[in-house]
Design a protein around this ligand. Structure first.
Ligand SMILES: Nc1ncnc2c1ncn2[C@@H]1O[C@H](COP(=O)(O)OP(=O)(O)O)[C@@H](O)[C@H]1O
Ligand SMILES: [Mg+2]
Length: 395
């Protein structure tokens, strides 16, 4: 059986994490191999689910791994300097390359996700909206500032990346997807400088154009967690990051520069880092109401039996994440399609003929799937999030 999307995504992040670790330790071959595996998992994900809303995010991620592989393969001495116009003055060169670097970082194709498509998670949506939209419209109403750092944490498959994508498409401004691999690839071996350069460029653009600049760091633990063996420049990189966060939180009161971090493993982030994220928002498993809406959403394009009740489904699938529910609906459709193709009387339609259709999906189909498919998040994990929330949540 092929892997569910969440598993593929998890596999991709695991390989990427490993790649980054190897990369930061100078194990070039291993880094390339792991980046490649991460790419392969993402390619599979894109092929299996060509219409998924997050595909532009995944493609972007893939591109950054590919770039990193290319850079690692070409790596000879210090010839990583970008090509510049030889006739330009040093200042012109610097500014041209800064601009290009900035444009390289900004996500070109904004993901096509609206707030409405993110089911439930009202706390998280409100916090993002409040902190970004209101101050952008009326900075005069925030004489003592407003939060710039927001951490989204919670179990996998509940919408952290999706929220990031919705923020990108709903807010006028620049959206920079800062993944660890692209930080590595931009300016290898100088991660701390990269961090300050990134913030410098972001601040510059926020100041000049008055638009919001959002740095979205998905899986922030892989870049800034304590888990990484503290070799090389990792400690310095983290410290640089903290300094930069202080910079945007303190001075430059009207600056619309935000850092949104997302993680499944909030416990691997330490306090100095956490306290710079004034909002720490739990992106939880869907409530029964949210599950009902998710079933509505994901079964809406499918042919359903009139007796199929989404509320009943919502009650049955207690403990399932949003992405589990999407997988469940996909499995239901696959079940009836499979029946159609394998039926004894199935005939390939000839050109003009009406195509045969699968039967309607029933409650029983979902009950069978419920037996076969367990939720991807365990109750121990949920307890761990609650425990962590009790101590660190900040809305
Ligand atoms: N709150 C939600 N509303 C609608 N769909 C969701 C939600 N959360 C997750 N999904 C579905 O699951 C997929 C994976 O979600 P994602 O945002 O990557 O989870 P996370 O980043 O929390 O691990 C999304 O592409 C989307 O299809
Ligand atoms: Mg995610």
């Amino acid at each position: 059986m092929s892997l569910a999307p969440q598993q593929l995504e998890n596999a991709a992040s695991r390989y990427a994490s490993e790649a980054i670790k190897c990369d930061s330790q100078g194990a070039r071959g291993m880094a390339i191999a792991n980046y490649q595996k991460a790419i392969d998992a993402l390619v599979q994900l894109l092929h299996l689910y060509p219409t998924s809303k997050l595909n532009s995010v995944y493609s972007e991620r893939m591109r950054s791994y590919q770039n990193r592989i290319k850079a690692l393969q070409e790596l000879r001495g210090n010839d990583l300097e970008p090509a510049v116009d030889p006739k330009a003055s040093p200042d012109e060169r610097k500014s041209a390359s800064d601009n290009r670097d900035f444009e390289d970082l900004v996500m070109k194709e904004k993901p096509d996700v609206s707030w409405e498509e993110v089911v439930g998670l009202d706390d998280a949506k409100n916090a993002l909206r409040e902190s970004i939209v209101y101050p952008s419209k009326r900075p005069d109403l925030f004489p003592i500032g407003w939060p710039r750092g927001m951490l989204l944490y919670g179990p996998p498959g509940c919408g952290k990346t999706l929220l990031g994508a919705a923020t990108a498409s709903e807010i006028a401004g620049y959206f920079i997807n800062v993944d660890a691999a692209s930080m590595m690839s931009k300016w290898l071996g100088e991660a701390e400088k990269n961090v300050s350069k990134l913030f410098h460029m972001a601040r510059d653009h926020a100041e000049k154009e008055g638009l919001a600049v959002i740095l979205f760091i998905d899986e922030v633990d892989s870049l800034l967690g304590t888990r990484n063996s503290e070799v090389g420049g990792e400690v310095r990189t983290k410290n640089q990051f903290l300094t930069e966060m202080d910079g945007i939180n303190g001075k430059g009161k009207d600056l619309k520069l935000y850092v949104i971090g997302a993680t499944n493993k909030p416990w691997s982030l330490d306090w100095p880092f956490l306290r710079r994220f004034q909002k720490r928002i739990y992106v939880s498993l869907p409530t029964v109401e949210a599950r009902q809406n998710l079933f509505e959403l994901y079964t809406s394009p499918l042919k359903k039996d009139a007796k199929l009740k989404t509320l009943e489904l919502a009650r049955l699938f207690d403990g399932y994440s949003a992405s589990d529910i999407k997988d469940v609906c996909q499995a239901a459709q696959m079940k009836v399609v499979n029946e159609m193709f394998t039926a004894a009387n199935y005939k390939e339609p000839v050109a003009e003929e009406v195509k045969p259709q699968p039967r309607e999906i029933t409650m029983l189909d979902f009950r069978e799937i419920l037996e076969r498919r367990k939720p991807s998040v365990s109750s121990e994990m949920i307890r761990a999030y609650y425990k962590w929330s009790a101590q660190f949540k900040a809305l």
